[in-house]
Design a protein around this ligand. Structure first.
Ligand SMILES: NC(=O)c1ccc[n+]([C@@H]2O[C@H](COP(=O)([O-])OP(=O)(O)OC[C@H]3O[C@@H](n4cnc5c(N)ncnc54)[C@H](O)[C@@H]3O)[C@@H](O)[C@H]2O)c1
Length: 353
């Protein structure tokens, strides 16, 4: 019997609910939308626009990403399931108004079972176009009635997760007097640096972009700049904060890391399954990425209700309590924090089913 794309064992509780293949010849649109679960509410997650080498690669990505969004949304306490969209193509070449509108019409046809937002390759301006064809696009600009850039609340959430991690490790919810290394000072990293400096931390940063480094140096002259992430992870840090791209925690990095805590905004920080156990065996407290970086999805979820920055900020501050709970459950159940986060998310999804 051929295997279903919805999951390895059709009918098991981890199978996806729905996968939709979208095509529109005149605009060249080829997209896949995956809905992992709507048990907690409409599936919510961004649209990734990438030149996937094959439809198979795009499908694998969208299935994994939509499942990850279900866990992130459930743990963040949002009334949303997990979903994701991928558009196959080079955004620099293939993106057009017509293509985005065609994509929006597919979203509309799902009747709200999936709500999209920005992801790699899609921006606030794109969501403004998509939203002309559907009610189910968020992450729009302020002039189009949206909430704009989500990195402010993402950084706030990461900071709250770091405070909770500090309380768990050192008994006090502050980074004052600690040295925090931030790899990647783009939108999220830059705002995080501000919170850390204000809290009294010594901050060491690195970025491959000279412009990003200069912006932070101008805003926060007290920061120390190192030449590379390789140098940063070997430095005498209390906290390492990956805020660049995914898979920052490779075997090599875990082996040389001197920090007691890892807590950052980047998605998919663990290079492979088992990295969380390596960190634990080295005595490093890992605050799960999708737990602490949920401020962005909290913002886009709020946008669906008519955005209130204060309401969304209060919810993003709740990442302190969520992280504290994850770390408590990890200790109580004798598992790494990443496994504890998964368990809490699964329990919430199960109870809604
Ligand atoms: N923006 C959000 O609201 C949000 C929400 C959740 C998760 N995230 C994740 O947080 C991370 C950062 O997002 P962002 O919005 O700040 O992106 P960004 O592109 O604004 O910033 C990323 C920064 O990392 C730098 N960088 C890339 N490779 C590097 C390397 N090898 N060493 C050092 N620096 C490097 C880039 O030059 C850039 O300045 C991403 O993994 C993203 O998926 C972002």
């Amino acid at each position: 019997m051929p295997q279903s794309v919805l999951g390895p064992h059709p009918g098991t509780r981890h199978a996806h609910e729905q996968v939709v293949f979208c095509g529109n010849e005149p605009t060249g649109l080829r997209a896949i939308i995956a809905i992992y679960s709507t048990a907690l509410g409409p599936a919510l997650g961004g649209t990734r626009f990438l030149p996937y080498v094959s439809e198979g690669e795009a499908l694998a990505d969208v299935l994994e990403l939509s499942r990850a969004m279900a866990y992130k949304n459930a743990l963040a306490g949002l009334d949303h399931g997990g979903g994701k969209g991928v558009i196959i193509g080079d955004p620099a070449v293939d993106k057009s108004e017509g293509l985005l509108l065609a994509y929006g019409r597919f979203l509309e046809s799902l009747g709200g079972r999936y709500v999209t937002a920005c992801d790699v390759g899609t921006y606030v301006a794109d969501m403004d176009v998509v939203s002309r064809a559907t009610r189910f696009a968020t992450g729009r600009s302020e002039v189009a009635g949206g909430a704009g850039d989500s990195s402010v609340l993402t950084a706030l959430g990461v900071f709250q997760g770091m405070r909770a991690s500090a309380a768990h490790r050192w008994g006090s919810p502050t980074l004052a007097g600690r040295t925090v290394g931030v790899s990647g000072v783009g939108k999220v990293g830059r705002h995080l640096v501000g919170h850390l400096v204000d809290d009294g931390a010594s901050v060491v940063v690195t970025d491959i972009s000279e412009q990003a480094v200069e912006t932070v140096r101008r805003e926060r002259p007290a920061v120390t700049v190192l030449g590379s992430t390789e140098e940063l992870v070997r430095a005498d840090l209390d906290v390492f904060s990956p805020c660049a791209l995914g898979h920052a925690l490779t075997d090599e990095v875990v082996a040389v890391l001197r920090a007691a805590i890892v807590c950052g905004g980047a998605n998919n920080q663990l290079a492979h399954p088992g990295t969380e156990a390596q960190l634990a065996s080295r005595g490093i407290l890992y605050a799960p990425d999708y737990c602490v970086n949920a401020g962005g999805v909290i913002q886009v979820a709020d946008e669906l209700r008519g955005f209130s920055f204060e309401r969304a900020r209060a919810k993003a501050e709740g990442i302190f309590a969520t992280t504290a709970r994850v770390l408590e459950v990890a200790d109580a159940e004798g598992v790494p924090p990443a496994a504890a986060a998964d368990r809490l998310a699964e329990r919430r999804m199960e109870s809604a089913r």
